[in-house]
Design a protein around this ligand. Sequence first.
Ligand code: 3HC
Ligand code: NAI
Length: 686
Amino acid sequence: MSSSVNATSENGVAVVTIDNPPVNALSFHVRKPLYEALIALRDDPAARVIVIACAGRTFVAGADITEFGKPVEQPELRAIVALLGTIAKPTVAAIHGTALGGGLELALGCHFRVADSSARLGLPEVKLGLLPGGGGTVRLPRLVGAEKALGMIVSGTPISAGEAKAAGLVDAVFDGDLLAQAVRFAGEMASAGGPFVAVRDRNDRLAEADLAAFDAQAADLARKARGLEAPLACAEAVRNAITLPFDEALAAERQLFLKLVSGDQSRAQRHLFFAEREAAKVPGKDLQKRKIGRVGIIGAGTMGGGIAMAFANGCFPVTLLETGEESLQRGMAMIEKNYAVSVSRGSLSEEARQQRLGLFKGSTDYADLADCDLIIEAVFEDMAVKKEVFGKLDAVAKPGAILATNTSYLDVNAIAASTSRPQDVLGMHFFSPANVMKLLEIVRAERTAPEVLATVTDLARRIGKVAVVVGVCHGFVGNRVLSARGAENEFLLLEGASPSQVDKAFTDFGWPMGPFQMGDLAGLDIGWRNRKARGLTAVIADTLCEQGRFGQKTGRGWYRYESGSREPVADPEVEALIRAKAAEQGIAPRAIGAGEIIERTLYPLVNEGAKILEEGIAARASDIDVVWVNGYGFPVGKGGPMFWAGLEGVSKIVERLEYWHAKTGRAIFEPARLLRRFAETGSWEG
Ligand code: 3HC
Ligand code: NAI
């Protein structure tokens, strides 16, 4: 018996234990001995019943994702699940931690599933651009019904053991020693006698499926898929489970899986899965972390309030500091309102709301920050104000407290230098709304201590953020690249494109919205103020702002919005303004296609990413992908800008950048050295 699969037997109850740290993925070196152990036990008359359990922190978390794209080694998961179907004696999966993907499919091959009360069960393959390929789409609907299965498979979101029990996915939920109770349960089942019906043969839930309702639900999901193939394939496979005999539906699932697994979208999404985990591997990650108890937040505005909620949601006590009672009350009122909305939507219980609000302490006195282990500043974006705040913090914060700034653009080295402890200072750049958005750019300043970086990276994970460590430059990785992406926007309009044409090119590419819609949502006045502060102008956007067109909040911006609606409507006034400005500059409008829009916006995005890599502001190309997918809505199915560059063809990108550089002379088009190098070597290294 291999060390990754062990079988023991006592009083006729055989226990097969999978032990493949860290998450018991079904790698080849697990599948083979598991298959062999099950055959041996099937044929062993002394074994009355078989329990499949896992060692370590979790039940099987799925197929081994690193094996996708490589030649398949037998036996496959499907063969193991099929083998389980040939075993007449009762089989029981004992689930703790998470049963995900192929892990849940393995459990679905058993007659019974029992779970620890804290376990979670799901089929998250869709998040990897896949569908469950081990029979999940045909077995899960047989237990929980087609509509529930469709929801679980298309969202990829796991459900709790309690919900799984209520839905019919698990047969019993236990607290305490799971294995002991699973063995007892198995013994009872064996004593009760058969026949034991395999999941594949349970058809009553499917018989009651309402195909019209299912199709309506599937059509709704298809609309939201935004160019992703996997959600559609998931819906097709679950529909097959209703309409086709088991074996035909299973074969169809296999074909769909094979198509997805070899496609670019799944490759891109698998790249992102590993990229997010890689991003957390910072130098010094194994150093002793500083203890973080209470968190102080300075500024209860848009960002401060959201950051405070992010920490309270992670069960950290928070001290929220403002300049005066009125602004403090305004900030707290916004936080209370946000939690109340969550309760009314059913995403937060009343008990949790009270518990979270109980973690807040408001103050207008810096001395109240003395017991905080981490203090995050989120005041106005003004260097003088930030320096003053850090000077005060230096005076009150306890030794060893970590001092962070949420600045979007400012020089974190200069902020750190305004304290006597630059080793404790770094940037924590959250994204709005900070309690929702997953991305956190952790800005490492010149003198930030490695254990401070490691502590904050660890902490980010504890509050559910995807963290990427970046270096100091204007706008760090995200906002700096954003400027490059938007640099041609006004030129495109002046030369003949309309805001809706540009936005459509973006949404067709897979973005949730285009840059002009995004501007209207965020508020055009923010960029206007920033430009004025930096002595910059934008010929059309400045005029819109001078006319009081700030976007959705004023009902007019790049688009018009009917009262109360968020639906953008093309506005002839804006068209006229664009044409007038173009005429002033002697530019005759011409037709601009989607291809040109992509070349002039997304190629500079990739190019700026390469410059950032060259300068060491990002440690890896995949870090830039993680930033752009989690912070700016770059389509997951394209894997982030740097991964997409590979799909698009870096040589082609370099060639077109050269073309636009020659034509316009603008620096954003000048190909980065690293981009040229990639075109030659196929690698971002060096
Ligand atoms: N295959 C290979 N490696 C995996 C893996 C998997 N299925 N799941 C996790 N890992 C690796 C991670 O890459 C990480 O490696 P690292 O330490 O070298 O970076 C390590 O295991 C620990 O993972 P996490 O850092 O994510 O650990 P957490 O404790 O935070 O989370 C988890 C655990 C919830 C299980 C999470 O890892 C997860 O969601 N895993 C993916 C689950 C999944 O997508 N399963 C479906 C796979 S596809 C499939 O089963 C197809 C089938 O239908 C045929
Ligand atoms: P905001 O204007 O909504 O809030 C700032 C708050 O800070 C105000 O409530 C103000 O009263 C308070 N304040 C000002 N000086 C203070 C002081 N000395 N002590 C205590 N409180 C003080 O601004 P917002 O949008 O929250 O931005 C804050 C910071 O976050 C800025 O640096 C900004 O660049 C950054 N940021 C903003 C994002 C956004 O989308 N709004 C995204 C990421 C970062």
